[in-house]
Design a protein around this ligand. Structure first.
Ligand SMILES: [Ca+2]
Length: 188
């Protein structure tokens, strides 16, 4: 009986640890920090684009993340991203969701990319086949099986094809409880 209880406690601890690791990984709702500043741990790698916390629009709470182009830009698109260690996600099924509001001409796309140990690229999706266009808040979803040797998980949001301003909120990352067996490529 004692062993069973210890096992249960251990399983619970592992589940809780992995969940909090995943939650700590992101500032999910953009409700902390200073309006007008970039949110903690997010950055913009594209020249001429800016990302900041805003109270202009919010899908939940009172703040959201705004990606916009304040001046001239030579970049082909705008991108705001977050990169973190993949320890909590390796070998698991991950579901990334967010609310996106597109203002102006162009497309809004969420993306996720796994970087594997040794430098190779793993799972990748940038919603190129299902972009979000101007309108009301819309749901974005990406599902992926994260490789067992994943080193980093990168997520972001791009504005492409017209310079639209993006509002992003309610980012959530859900991780499967159990390790999943990765599919081997079928022999040719
Ligand atoms: Ca919010």
């Amino acid at each position: 009986m004692r062993t069973v209880r210890l096992g249960l406690a251990l399983a619970l601890f592992v589940a809780l640890s992995s969940r909090s690791l995943a939650q700590d990984w992101l500032d999910l709702g953009f409700e902390t920090g200073t309006v007008g500043d970039a949110p903690r741990d997010w950055f913009v790698p594209t020249q001429g684009w800016k990302a900041e916390l805003t109270e202009e629009r919010a899908a939940a709470g009172s703040c959201a993340l705004k990606l916009f182009q304040p001046g001239e830009s030579t970049a082909p698109f705008g991108n705001v991203m977050h990169s973190g260690p993949a320890a909590a996600f390796a070998g698991r099924h991950v579901t990334l969701t967010a609310k996106i509001l597109v203002v102006g001409e162009g497309r809004g796309q969420m993306w996720m990319r796994v970087d594997r140990e040794g430098g190779g690229m793993g799972a990748f999706d940038n919603m190129n086949d299902r972009p979000i266009l101007a309108g009301d808040w819309q749901d974005a979803t990406i599902e992926a099986d994260v490789e067992a040797d994943a080193a980093a998980l990168n997520i972001g949001f791009i504005s492409t094809g017209g310079g639209a301003t993006l509002f992003i909120d309610d980012v959530k990352i859900k991780v499967s409880e159990d390790k999943r067996r990765m599919q081997e490529p079928s022999p040719a």
